[in-house]
Every structure is written in structure tokens, then in C-alpha cells.
Design a protein around this ligand. Structure first.
Ligand code: IVH
Length: 701
């Protein structure tokens, strides 16, 4: 029997202080399990009761509401708990190579881009690709000032306090040539032995056991309480940089050597290579050593050594043109295919998923694998009960590679792909046809937005991290609200609070919700009313418009009104508007057609309008406003002598110019080299500014 809980008014100051402290520990534990481990041990209602009691005590004994009071911290999700850090120089990803041939192609592409003679040497570095999480360390006047995770590449989380506990990372850089501002980037990771010891300790304490060293490193670095990070054996390798007030070297190799002089750990297996053959040889040498390194690596990274050449090569989307990650072949295992489940995606595509008897592949337990589509199942002749070979490569979804025919159980029947959607509409499943009338492999539910799976998936995409990033509105909650009829389309998210206020059946009374979680949810939603244009475009879920494309569109159109108007014009058959979008770098016909199709759908139009009415969409950051050519439309014609066409285009775009293939009234500058013909004539007729390559170079500096 438990004693009745005394009313707060009856507590002595001493009792209140003791209970306040006890509650703080208990609540912090629940927060940890809820927000960080995704494994709460109490219901929302129980949690709310604890919080209420805690708040009541503090209200009655104000002396207890000191700086470390929970009333000042708790309630937000983990990413909110870390301050955000904007990366002055974005943290990029790498394009991949999977075969020796890909490496030859990578080197060939670079030589062509630079117009590099076949007999002229071109140096590359090759180094292990560390399987941890990247981190940017900003040193100011030699002292560690800020440490941030990569986040979405533009904005990461402030993990300075945690990084200060990593013994391998110096608090101060040493040496006379340390630049005043020196942002060193690299990988935080956990060594195999440390990982095994940590997991043994965790298991003994009944705490969470990590699936692999990478997860352990990420979980340890992203701790709210730096004293927990301090007890986790993290390590670091420096391999890149962000902002530098001065460059200590002119090559990749020397930069990393400078970091080593400054006191940073660097990887001992980095080598300078003369070309594709040497790169591949070093790759295979590292592959041989892989099992004995004592830490996880998932490939070898190649980079052009000369930093001036890196500058010329620039970037494609989010990865440097001058680097490539050569991935190791995936790891494989055999297991039983127990079922095939059909999932309906946001676009209505029916994707078969292999349900597997759980098996460990490369350190991770796999129980699902993709089967891609109906043709793939037929090609594999995969049947329920078969033994299959599964492969896992890096972060990608595991795949079924093949079946083992000898192990097929008697009576296993060929799999029949459903001809109706598993949604309640029971709509027929269609094969999509391409422009040339060919059938594609993908089968789609023809229910479009009326199909509940597509709606739910669409909403899930809308709320996802790279879209609206609405904390507390995950898959489960969306499905729940959908079933209750509270959410049907994105705009409904933003009217949820008002409707809830006016309703008799309050969300806080639903199973699994409570006052606090509902309050937090509404706060998270309201926080997103003010939102970046690129996120809105991405969140709409237009086919073929991923994150990168959305960014390009946002930058090009600048504000919601301009984008919306252009999209509507394109949908209405305005050829000039379509050509303008088509002319954008990285945007092609597929995207333009997808935009046209999306904005031609009646239900999408209403959906978009209702959504826009709820939002205040922030204009896109105009890239490089301060350059001489920002916002100008440039056409290159004739042959260029000082740079290749690709290079000229990439450079102009990096300075905020739009490069177009044809001359029109909208062209601002035509750069004409020898042999320029009709485009030059057109420029003259239209009275457009014409310049030589040298004049152009002088203009852009
Ligand atoms: S260079 C501008 N070098 O791989 C290029 N990245 O897929 C910056 N990584 O986010 C990255 N080892 O987390 C580079 N030796 C290495 C690396 C490495 C691991 C990671 C890094 C990056 C990801 C890109």
C-alpha cells in the first residue's frame, strides 16, 4: 500500500526541496528515454502528472526555481535541445564510385573538365572513408570555439560542450602558422574495442546496447549531458576544412599535414597517387587491411590534391566535382523469406518488401529488404519460404540479391503480384507508361490523392525532417490523426489547434496523448508557419523534385509568389515559363513536366492554396548578391580559350548568375569567343551587352 500523496500546501520547505529533486531526476530519466532512446517507459498521462506535481511544487516554493530547473529546459525534442549552428561553408557529401571502372571515369571526367593533357601528371589523394559522423571544429585564435554536427549540411547542432570531452581533440591548436579562424572538419568515430567495451557496460547496466560503432558514436556525441559523452570513448580524424582566415597550404596533402602539426589526429593511410591506377591499387591495399584497422571504414575517398584545381572544378549539387568515395562491396548473408508485404508510397508506387527471418549482415540485424518491383520478384523467382541472399551496403536499404534454389521448400508457389491496391478503395493497380508508350516496371495505385496510403505518405513526407520538420508529428501520429479524420491534407496541420479548441473531443484525451504532448505539438506546428521557400517546394511532394532540386528552384524564383505563378503558368501551357525553368542548372524536362502535371491537378491547386494561406514563406537566400553578375542571365557562345564550357558555367553559377543556352530578351550578357555565330547576331539585334572572355574574367574577378 502506498501512502496518500500530501498536498503541496502541506509540505515543509525541506520536504518540498527533497521531492522537487527526486522528481527532477525521475523526469530527466523519462525525457532521456522518450527523446533520445525513443523508448519511453511511462504513458504521457503519467509523465504529465509528474510534471504537474513538479510545477506545483515550484510555484509554491519559488526558491526552488533556480537556473537548473526543468521548467527552463524540458519539453522540446532533441534537435531543439541543441542550439543550431549555421555552417559558413556548407558541409557537403561525396559522390560515389563502386567499381574500378567508376574510378577511371571519375579521373577522366576531371581531366576533361580541366582540359588536362593526357601526358600531364595530375595528383590525387586517397584515404579511408571513416564510418562515423562528421563534425566541424571551429578554432578562433587557436582555441576551440564551436563544434557542430553536419546536420543538413547548412545547419548543424551545437555540440561544443560534448566535443570538449573528447581527449583526442585539442582544446588549443599548436604552432605559429595556425590561422586566426580555422575550421577543421573530420569524422568522430568509435574504435571496435571501445565499442565492445561500451556495449558490455551498457548491457550490464541494463541500458541501451548499440547496433554498431557508428550509432554508438552518434548517440554519444549527441548527448544533452556532456558528462555522458565524456564517459564514451570517442575519437577523431581530421580530413577537411570550412572557413579559414588564411590557408596554411596549397594542396590537400599539405593541408592535412598542417592539421597534424596543429595537433589534430589524421589518418595514417592517406597517400598521394598519380592517377586512376594508383588510386585503385591503394583502394585494394586498404581493403586488405580493413578487418585489422580497429575501426569501421566503408570505402576510400579520392580528392584532387591541388587546391587551385579543386576551386576550378567546383561542385555539382551537394558534392564536390573533385572528390569521390569509392565504396567497398556490400556485405551479404543468407536467411529465409517469410513473407512479401506490399507498401504504397507517397506517389502510389507499390513496393514489395521482403520480410525476413532476422539475420545479422555487417553488424546490423536485418529483417526487411526491398524487392523493388514485380519484375524483380519475377526475375529472382522469389517465393515465400525460399532461402535468400541479402546484401547491405552502407546506409542503403538491404536488398535481396538472389535465392538459393537448392533450399526451396517443396510446394513453394510462384508469387503473384496484387492487381488491386491494398488501400480500402481497392483501386486497380496500373503500370505507368513513359512518354514513348512503354510500360515502366513500377505499378501504381490509380487512386492518387484519394488513396489513404498516398495521403498518409504524402503527409509523412510533408512533416519529415528535410521538409517541414514538425517535431512530434511522425508516422504514427499522422496515421492516427488521419484515421480520426483530423488530418487529410497539409493545411489541416495548421488548423488542427483551432479545430481542437472548438471541439468537444480534445486530442489531449485520446489514448497516447496528454496535455504536455499536445501543447508541444501545437508549439512545434506553429513554429513552422514561418518557413523557408525551399522546404515548402520540397514538402509539396512533386515527383522528381527532391531536396536539391527544390533548393535550385527556390534560389531561382526567390519567393513563393514567383514560384507559384511560374508553376501555374507552366501547367497552363506557357512555353516561355517552361523554357525558363528548363534553362536552370540541374533542372531538366522531367522536372518541368512533373511541375506541370502537379499544378494541373485540380485537387493539388486547392491543397496548395489552402496551405499557402496558413504560412509565411521566407524568401530564398539569394546566392552571392554581392557579385558583379549575381542575378544576371549569361549566355556563352563560340569557343572559350581560358576555360572549358562546363567550368565557365559552374563558375558563373557559383557567383549567382543564371546560365542559359539561348539568347532572348531576358539575357543580360553574352560572352562571345571565336566562332560565335547566330547567338552573337541575336545579341546584337536585341542590344544585349556583349563581351569577350577576357572582359568576362575581368568582370568576375
Ligand atoms: S571529405 C567536401 N573525407 O563521408 C567533402 N569525407 O559522403 C567533404 N567521410 O559527410 C568530405 N571519411 O562524413 C571526406 N576521409 C574522408 C571521409 C569523409 C568519411 C564522410 C563525411 C562526409 C561523408 C560524405
Amino acid at each position: 500500500m502506498t501512502a496518500p500523496i500530501p498536498s503541496v500546501a502541506d509540505l515543509s520547505a525541506e520536504q518540498a526541496a527533497a521531492e522537487h529533486a527526486r522528481l527532477a531526476t525521475e523526469i530527466t530519466g523519462h525525457d532521456q528515454r522518450y527523446y533520445q532512446d525513443d523508448a519511453p517507459t511511462v504513458s504521457d498521462a503519467e509523465y504529465d502528472a509528474l510534471r504537474r506535481r513538479y510545477d506545483e511544487i515550484e510555484a509554491a516554493f519559488p526558491a526552488l526555481s533556480g537556473a537548473d530547473s526543468l521548467t527552463r529546459k524540458v519539453g522540446a525534442a532533441p534537435s531543439e535541445k541543441f542550439a543550431k549552428v549555421r555552417h559558413g561553408v556548407p558541409m557537403l557529401s561525396l559522390s560515389n564510385s563502386f567499381s574500378d571502372q567508376d574510378v577511371l571515369d571519375f579521373v577522366g571526367r576531371i581531366r576533361r573538365f580541366l582540359d588536362w593533357p593526357a601526358d600531364k601528371p595530375l595528383g590525387f589523394t586517397a584515404e579511408p572513408k571513416i564510418d562515423g559522423l562528421s563534425c566541424s571544429l571551429r578554432y578562433e585564435n587557436g582555441r576551440l570555439a564551436v563544434a557542430a554536427t553536419r546536420g543538413d549540411g547548412s545547419e548543424g547542432e551545437d555540440v561544443t560542450a560534448n566535443v570538449r570531452t573528447i581527449a583526442e581533440i585539442p582544446q588549443r591548436l599548436k604552432g605559429a602558422d595556425v590561422p586566426e579562424i580555422c575550421e577543421i572538419r573530420g569524422e568522430v568515430y568509435m574504435a571496435h574495442a571501445d565499442f565492445a567495451a561500451l556495449n558490455a557496460r551498457q548491457a550490464e547496466a541494463g541500458a541501451k546496447v548499440f547496433a554498431n560503432p557508428r550509432n554508438a558514436a552518434a548517440g554519444s556525441l549527441r548527448q544533452l549531458d556532456a558528462s555522458i559523452t565524456a564517459r564514451r570513448p570517442l575519437r577523431f580524424f581530421a580530413y577537411a576544412w570550412g572557413e579559414m582566415s588564411a590557408m596554411p597550404a596549397t594542396t590537400q596533402m599539405e593541408m592535412v599535414a598542417a592539421f597534424a602539426r596543429f595537433g589534430m589526429p589524421v589518418n595514417p593511410l592517406m597517400r598521394l597517387c598519380g592517377g586512376a591506377e594508383e588510386l585503385v591499387a591503394h583502394y585494394h591495399a586498404i581493403e586488405e587491411m580493413r578487418a585489422d584497422l580497429g575501426y569501421d571504414i566503408d570505402g576510400v575517398v579520392y580528392k584532387v590534391d591541388d587546391l587551385a584545381l579543386q576551386g576550378r572544378l567546383g561542385f555539382v549539387a551537394r558534392s564536390p566535382r573533385w572528390a569521390s568515395a569509392h565504396k567497398f562491396a556490400a556485405e551479404k548473408a543468407q536467411t529465409e523469406l517469410t513473407a512479401i508485404e506490399i507498401q504504397v508510397g507517397r506517389t502510389g508506387a507499390l513496393t514489395p518488401v521482403a520480410k525476413l527471418k532476422p539475420v545479422t549482415v555487417g553488424g546490423v540485424v536485418v529483417s526487411n529488404a526491398t524487392l523493388h518491383n514485380a519484375d524483380e520478384i519475377a526475375r529472382l523467382d522469389a517465393r515465400i519460404g525460399d532461402t535468400v541472399i541479402v546484401q547491405r551496403a552502407g546506409d542503403v536499404i538491404p536488398q535481396v540479391l538472389a535465392i538459393v534454389p537448392e533450399r526451396r521448400p517443396a510446394g513453394a508457389e510462384p508469387y503473384e503480384f496484387p492487381t488491386i491496391c491494398p488501400c480500402h478503395l481497392k483501386t486497380p493497380v496500373m503500370r505507368e507508361t513513359t512518354g514513348t508508350g512503354e510500360e515502366t516496371k513500377v505499378r501504381r495505385c490509380s487512386g492518387e490523392f484519394a488513396c489513404p496510403f498516398q495521403r498518409v505518405e504524402h503527409l509523412r513526407h510533408f512533416c519529415s525532417r528535410r521538409a517541414f520538420d514538425i517535431e512530434g508529428l511522425g508516422e504514427k501520429q499522422i496515421a492516427f490523426f488521419y484515421d480520426k479524420g483530423l488530418l487529410k491534407e497539409p493545411a489541416d496541420i495548421f488548423t488542427l489547434e483551432a479545430r481542437d479548441k472548438a471541439s468537444l473531443t480534445k486530442i489531449e484525451n485520446f489514448e497516447g496523448f496528454g496535455k504536455t504532448s499536445v501543447r508541444n505539438l501545437f508549439a512545434a506546428i506553429n513554429e513552422r508557419r514561418d518557413i523557408a521557400l525551399e522546404r515548402v517546394i520540397y514538402a509539396l511532394g512533386i515527383r522528381h523534385v527532391g531536396e536539391t532540386t527544390a533548393k535550385v528552384l527556390a534560389r531561382a524564383y526567390g519567393n513563393w509568389g514567383a514560384f507559384h505563378q511560374a508553376a501555374l503558368a507552366i501547367a497552363g501551357g506557357d512555353a516561355a515559363a517552361a523554357a525558363e525553368m528548363d534553362a536552370l542548372d540541374q533542372i531538366g524536362e522531367t522536372v518541368v513536366e512533373a511541375v506541370a502535371k502537379f499544378f494541373a491537378e485540380e485537387h493539388n491547386l486547392g491543397m496548395v492554396e489552402r496551405l499557402a494561406a496558413e504560412l509565411s514563406v521566407r524568401d530564398a537566400e539569394k546566392p552571392k548578391q554581392d557579385t558583379a553578375v549575381a542575378g544576371k542571365t549569361v549566355v556563352f557562345t563560340g569557343s572559350l580559350e581560358r576555360m572549358t564550357r562546363d567550368e565557365a558555367k559552374a563558375r558563373a553559377e557559383s557567383l549567382g548568375a543564371k546560365v542559359s543556352g539561348s539568347v532572348s530578351k531576358k539575357t543580360d550578357i553574352v560572352v562571345a569567343g571565336p566562332g560565335a555565330g547566330s547567338k552573337l547576331d541575336a545579341a546584337r539585334t536585341l542590344g544585349i551587352q556583349i563581351m569577350s572572355e577576357d572582359e568576362w574574367l575581368a568582370l568576375i574577378g
